[in-house]
Design a protein around this ligand. Structure first.
Ligand code: ATP
Length: 465
């Protein structure tokens, strides 16, 4: 079959023009209406019989279709007043054998409401687009500086000062600390303080990305690399972080196979996209973090030793909150100021009792847990002072433990006696047990206790046995 055989049958055209929702008018060289489709008839409240064969100016109010015949130029998105409304029309000349043979007109919007509605739709799409653009740009920026790292206790200041000293270096950094101690905050602050600050800061949570996606997330992929791959391929996090910093959070959870690939990237300073041929050079500083014991993992063979050395060029240990109890109130007050801004409140204080509770608690979730406790309190607070009743139950239960621990201290104190007496009591008990086991035979009992016969007799005398 030739292309000609696929031509649309002649009779179809009228049907097609009639069945579409847009208004269509066709005029001939003399400006007479040759066709007015159903949508246009409905809009003008007329019929084909009435319209066809009449000059277009008599059928369509304020039309310029006849002008298009004269100029031979299309008029696009032209506003035309019709039935007291502003409609938007397109008008095109029809050329046959290089000669103008007529014109076709369509209506884009029948009235102001239609185009306002359309504009509103576009506007909201544009806003949505803008939102995603700014959040994406925001996601690639560092949000915190060293000023946001609150704490004056010795172990914390040591960590912070080391981070400030090495922020400008190009070497890899390993941040170690329990969950919620502020590892990510440290990474942001170091990036911001470095010459890479104006470039992207890209965070990757190695624990949350499924193993089979990690490679393409980190290094990207080429178009058609696998089923479901996006058209045009996708940039990986390393490429997004070019000239900036990549923060590899939870590095201890990275599967061994990926550790190999990461090591190669750090050594070669280039990446290979999944399905790609040529390596792409990258200039990225790596800051990695974990709450795991990487040294132990290296010994157990679950973390590559060479990667550990690569990452561990500068190691910063961030202390848990329970090891810097002096900082708790300071941090709590800083966090309260943030919450005040978010909740539009001011002057929130901690009661003395609450301060005691906060200092007594062990904070397994560290500053993130403190943040949650305070946010909860601010939510249920109707005055300005946070009291124990505003704390979650488990913190209130600390009270019982506080009292219990005092009680048991007293109990323990009352049963304490000089060490010599404790030892003598234990010796007497051992001698009696041995005699019992040897059925009163002192020689056998001495042997059981592995002491001499004389020593045994002396002790029996001493303890009145
Ligand atoms: N020194 C600090 N001063 C003020 N806020 C802090 C400090 N350290 C951490 N925070 C706050 O505590 C929360 C947890 O911090 P961050 O996410 O950096 O911890 P993390 O150690 O990276 O936790 P994870 O290991 O669970 O990812 C954040 O909201 C952060 O703003």
């Amino acid at each position: 079959m030739t292309l000609k055989d696929w031509n649309i049958p002649h009779g179809w055209f009228e049907e097609i023009i009639n069945s579409i929702g847009e208004c269509v008018v066709i005029i001939d060289r003399e400006g007479m209406v040759r066709h007015l489709n159903n949508a246009y008839c409905k809009f003008l409240e007329t019929t084909k019989e009435e319209a066809v064969g009449k000059p277009v100016q008599n059928v369509i109010e304020n039309t310029r279709m006849h002008m298009v015949l004269k100029t031979g130029q299309a008029e696009l998105s032209a506003i035309q007043s019709i039935k007291g409304n502003e409609m938007v029309a397109n008008r095109y000349p029809i050329y046959l054998d290089g000669e103008i043979a007529g014109a076709v007109g369509t209506v884009k919007f029948r009235n102001r409401q239609e185009w306002v509605e359309y504009a509103r739709k576009i506007q909201s799409l544009l806003e949505e687009l803008n939102y995603y653009k700014t959040t994406l740009e925001g996601a690639l920026e560092s949000k915190y500086s060293f000023e946001d790292l609150i704490g004056q206790s010795k172990p914390f200041l040591e960590a912070k000062q080391l981070a400030e000293r090495v922020a400008g270096s190009q070497s890899s950094v390993l941040l170690l600390g329990e969950s919620g101690t502020g590892k990510e905050l440290f990474a942001h602050a170091m990036h911001q303080r470095s010459s890479r600050g104006p470039f992207p800061f890209v965070r990757v949570n190695c624990a949350s990305i499924p193993e089979h996606l990690l490679e393409s997330e980190l290094f990207g992929y080429e178009e058609g690399a696998f089923t479901g791959a996006k058209r045009g391929g996708k940039k990986g996090k390393f490429q997004l972080a070019h000239r900036g910093t990549i923060f590899l959070d939870e590095i201890g959870d990275m599967p061994l196979a990926m550790q190999n690939k990461l090591l190669r990237v750090l050594q070669e300073k280039e990446i290979e996209r999944v399905g790609g041929q040529a390596p792409i050079p990258i200039d990225v500083r790596v800051i990695a973090a974990t709450h795991r014991n990487l040294e132990k993992m290296v010994q157990e063979g679950t973390f590559r030793q060479d990667l550990y050395y690569r990452l561990n060029v500068i190691k910063i240990d961030i202390p848990p909150l329970r090891e810097r109890k002096d900082d708790i109130v300071r941090i709590a007050q800083f966090l309260l100021k943030k919450l005040e801004r978010n909740f539009n409140r001011h002057g929130i204080q901690l009661s003395e009792e609450v301060v005691k509770r906060l200092q007594y608690h062990n904070w397994p979730g560290n500053i993130r847990e403190l943040e949650n406790v305070l946010e909860r309190a601010v939510n249920v607070l109707d005055q300005a002072e946070i009291h124990v009743t505003h704390l979650p139950l488990y913190l209130r239960d600390d009270e019982k433990q506080m009292m219990h621990s005092n009680e048991s201290k007293e109990e323990a104190t009352s049963t304490l006696q000089p060490l010599k007496e404790t030892i003598m009591a234990a010796e007497k008990e051992a001698i009696m047990q041995a005699l019992k086991a040897a059925e009163g035979n002192k020689l056998a009992a001495a042997r059981l206790l592995d002491i001499s016969k004389t020593s045994f007799y002396d002790k029996c005398k001493l303890y009145n046995v």
